[in-house]
Design a protein. Structure first.
Length: 181
């Protein structure tokens, strides 16, 4: 969708000088209205920087458990410009933030496990430190919310990570797969 969908009243210029959009507006006025009736969750991605409240600087993403909608911003992931050399790093950041927000949509709160994708992040260095996967406890929480075939999920993740050359995540998904086989 074009950025003209954001009215002036939900935009601001940050202290850093870039235009930002109120994240709650994206959830409440855009995504909820476009969420298909048969969808469990709907995740939006925007190129615009997001802020959740006037007193906050920015947020990488935001989700609503009640409404099953979430949004992530790619604005900060590529240090201002997406290139071939930073594409995979930006993609992995998007996967981590989106997975975190989707976890919230399924009722999972922040996790104390430092490597878990459900542990919150306040900086790109924290995001980069986390893995693109939930810890075993958060996996159990997710599986109690939506039942899925874990072996099939791990195979699909492994194939995706392999295709995208995300080697650390590929290795971890292979280790997980070895445990369930």
């Amino acid at each position: 969708m074009p950025n003209t969908i954001f009215p002036e009243k939900v935009k601001r210029i940050s202290k850093e000088g870039q235009e930002q959009v109120l994240a709650g507006y994206v959830l409440d006025s855009i995504l909820i209205k476009r969420k298909p009736k048969d969808a469990i969750v709907l995740m939006g991605i925007t190129e615009k920087d997001l802020f959740p409240l006037p007193e906050w600087n920015y947020v990488f993403g935001l989700a609503s458990y009640e409404d099953g909608v979430g949004v992530a911003s790619i604005y900060r992931f590529a240090d201002g410009q997406l290139t071939d050399s930073n594409f995979n790093k930006s993609l992995l950041r998007l996967i981590k933030i989106s997975s975190h927000e989707i976890g919230h949509m399924f009722g999972i709160s922040h996790c104390l496990n430092a490597n878990c994708v459900m542990n919150g992040t306040n900086s790109l260095s924290e995001t980069d430190y986390h893995l693109a996967r939930a810890c075993s406890l958060c996996q159990r929480k997710l599986n109690s919310s939506i039942h899925y075939d874990n072996k099939k999920r791990l195979l699909e993740l492994k194939n995706f990570f392999e295709k995208q050359h995300l080697n650390t995540e590929l290795s971890l998904s292979q280790q997980d797969l070895n445990l369930v086989q």
